[in-house]
Design a protein around this ligand. Sequence first.
Ligand code: PLP
Length: 359
Amino acid sequence: MTRPISAIININSLKNNFKIIRNIAFKSKIWLVLKADAYGHGIKNIFPVLNKKSNGFAILTIDEAIFLRINGYKKPILLLEGFFNKEELYLIYKYNLTITLHNKWQLNTLIKYKSKYPINIYIKINTGMNRLGFPTKNIIKIINIVKNQINVYKITLMTHFADASINSNFVKKQINNIKKYIHNYYEFPCSFANSAATLWHSYSHYDWIRTGIILYGASPTGDWKDISKKKIKPVMTLKSRIISIQKILPGQIVGYNCNYYTNKKRRIGIIACGYADGYPRNITAKTYVLIKGIKTKILGNVCMDMIAVDLINIPTAKIGSSVELWGENLKIDDIAKSVNTIGYELMCSLTKRVPRILK
Ligand SMILES: *Cc1c(COP(=O)(O)O)cnc(C)c1O
């Protein structure tokens, strides 16, 4: 028997989420964001499902882009941070990639190593997030340089929102910063919206939205209840099995460091899932697993390869019983919240040794 942990990737849920995004932003094209190995789902699993439906894929590294091209993807590919060294430029030209241009070094490098073939350029504008992008007041100048000195097929204006949650007014503020400084902004295609803005700020959709997290079925806010009415479905279910049962007496301990004592007789299940699988170590009293439809608590520390759970209310659980760590029934947002993070981080932290299995 192989070790029983796996991440089940539900293809129908993925298609369902795509359809919902397609309907919400019905006027826009969609960059499906496949960075971080498709948010931990495996780019090689996700890409074939969405290949035909997609308008384009957004990724982070040149390797991801080349993977897509080598596997026959002919539509646009966007490098979300452009290039990091001049050697990558040659590959960008070779594979006809769309690049984000966000700093002076990139601009100067592009001017220096021009291409025979035109490429598409997303000029990233810092409208308030203060992470990447040119200052709004310089944008007209930058656009003119790009237009006149670089072999560019199409310029698109791009920005990223710092807070696009439901009641945020920061989205409007950031868009207004563009309108204020770039009076003719509507002459260019625009790409501003991430998942949150796609769901809750439809005026921000413009030509291309860029959706990641909702494609995978978790909430951009980290709160499942914010998207629970949108019919979005979790794509990944992390599953394992009970590999040992221990019956312990009052006063005995569970796990390392003797920091969990039981004050009564207990039946404990040991599950094949630990922090080396990407399960968070900093669990709290609100971190549950699901066995036979019943939520139960983790006892003691999360180990590298195992966790111990309370089986007191699940008498039928035995060695081999299936356990859901997060997924269709136990929302990744809830688990993430219980350990003070967001679904994004849990998905991306799932390690290589967990097989991804398509369903
Ligand atoms: C990752 C990323 C996105 C997708 O964000 P989600 O919140 O997952 O939709 C969009 N735009 C940029 C620039 C990104 O880096």
